[in-house]
Write a protein that binds this ligand. Structure first.
Ligand SMILES: Cc1ncc(COP(=O)(O)O)c(C=O)c1O
Length: 470
């Protein structure tokens, strides 16, 4: 057999990797623990298409309808659609169902790229809200209510507002007040809850976006609950949104052969959520409390997990190593994989698929590493450029304009033709259609020198950047 993908994945499974990353089922361990192995052993035989009895995702009236209705009841929505192309397609559906071409939508600047890509598809004009950034960790902390109110007041013609809640790092904010204010101004509230499908499982976690009044909520079930990668849900409530219009757009953008394997995994995630979710979440939160309390004894490591306690950021600053270095050591020496590394630390995503043993292993690893690898190196805080660059073309106009590559310093004052997204904190510093500034170029070159990742830009060596040809 010559199967490079399968060979590598099998090797990873055989090493019994400890997963603090997505997907939420943690390499299938939660299914084994809960007794679903027999069903899943035969999942390949359930890969089918629309035949008698299997219903149709795009006009459901049988088993898919029943399963979606159960999800709607469990997640407390008016209607729920299953998604087989991740939250990405849910965001596309939500935005294009709420805005017509040339309409404005208010979005947090640290939104996922699928938001801006939806604006390209739908010819919609994004207006940005500046996010708050913690200057010690460069973690994105969400948005300030006053900034949202000001942006709404300055753009009363916007049809909708889309916010990310919680952030990738588990930070939340008072979403209810934002929903109430946006509704007063007749705007639809779309919440990208890609990282929060588990929030309803405990009152020790932040309230869900639906509970706080959002009209449309998109969740990556696969990220924080046990379903397969790419399987997500979109929930709708209230009367501000045309449910059928969302369905119509999903029919355009999703495959006409939706995967029954993915839909089955959503069916299973709903079953686990309803029957055992609260119990498993209580156990998880207890394990997390023990872990974070124990880590307080380690003078070299700071652990942050405010708001959504299941997202744990481990700061490596006091150890004198970067998050990138810690990620590598954890994987190579301790067989532990984190969700992401940035210059200042690593992020763990913990789900109901994690066991106490996982926390014991990472605790021991971190204690060993802080003893054996700490250095005198200073991990200094690099000042992040807070100003949002001037937008002179809409994302769609910029997308369709001809582009050329120029040397990076020759691009200053020109219109950017691509995304530039440094990690941390993972916010697009430049998007297509915006004027490139010296402050931003200086910052990304410094990031590069310090070993930070800059994604989006095609030339990863950062010598060249694509600009729009006027
Ligand atoms: C905040 C946010 N929204 C949306 C998405 C897209 O989700 P999916 O991967 O399910 O398409 C992501 C993916 O990482 C994300 O981080």
């Amino acid at each position: 057999m010559d199967t490079s993908i399968i060979d590598k994945l099998k090797e990873i499974v055989d090493t019994n990797l400890i997963s603090f990353h997505m997907p939420g089922h943690k390499l299938g361990k939660v299914y084994d623990k809960l007794g679903y192995s027999d069903i899943l052993k035969n999942i390949y035989k359930m890969d089918t298409t629309e035949i008698d009895g299997t219903d149709n995702l795009h006009s459901p009236d049988g088993i898919i309808k029943k399963s979606q209705e159960r999800a709607s009841k469990v997640f407390k929505s008016k209607h729920t659609y299953y998604l087989v192309n991740g939250s990405t397609c849910g965001i596309q559906g939500a935005i294009m169902a709420s805005c017509l071409p040339k309409d404005k939508i208010i979005v947090n600047r640290d939104c996922h790229q699928s938001v801006i890509n939806s604006c390209i598809l739908g010819d919609i004009e994004p207006v940005y809200i500046r996010p708050k950034i913690n200057i010690q960790t460069n973690i994105i902390e969400g948005i300030e209510r006053q900034d949202v109110i000001d942006t709404i007041d300055n753009n009363l013609d916007a049809k909708a507002i889309l916010v990310t809640y919680p952030t990738y790092y588990g930070k939340t904010y008072d979403l209810k007040k934002i929903c109430d204010y946006a509704h007063e101004k007749n705007m639809v509230v779309i919440v990208d809850e890609a990282h929060g499908s588990h929030l309803g499982l405990s009152d020790k976690l932040p309230k869900t976006a639906l509970e706080q009044g959002a009209d449309i909520v998109i969740q990556s079930t696969h990220k924080t609950l046990p379903s397969f990668t790419q399987s997500s849900m979109i929930h709708i409530q209230g009367n501000r949104v045309d449910i059928d219009k969302i369905g119509q757009i999903l029919r355009i953008i999703e495959s006409s052969s939706p995967s029954y394997v993915l839909m089955s995994s959503l069916d299973l995630a709903v079953d686990i959520y309803e029957s055992k979710g609260e119990l498993l979440m209580n156990e998880l939160l207890l394990n997390i409390d023990i872990f974070t309390n124990d880590m307080k004894d380690n003078e070299f490591i700071d652990v942050f997990n405010e708001d959504d306690k299941t997202k744990i950021f481990i700061s490596t600053k006091k150890m004198g190593i970067t998050g990138y270095e810690l990620e590598k050591i954890l994987r190579q020496k301790y067989n532990v994989q984190v969700e992401l590394a940035n210059y200042y630390g690593v992020l763990l995503i913990c789900t109901i698929g994690n066991e106490i043993e996982d926390f014991n292993i990472i605790k021991k690893a971190l204690n060993d590493i802080s003893k054996n690898f700490h250095s005198e190196k200073t991990i200094e805080t690099i000042q992040y450029p807070m100003s949002i660059p001037l937008k002179v073309l809409s994302p769609r106009e910029a997308f369709y304009k001809p582009k050329k590559r120029v040397k990076i310093y020759e691009s200053i004052g020109k219109i950017c033709g691509e995304y530039v997204i440094p990690y941390p904190p993972g916010i697009s510093l430049l998007s297509p259609g915006e004027i490139i500034t010296k402050e931003i170029i200086d910052y990304i070159l410094l990031c590069n020198e310090k070993g930070m990742n800059v994604s989006g830009i095609k030339d990863s060596s950062l010598q060249f950047i694509e600009i729009v040809v006027d």
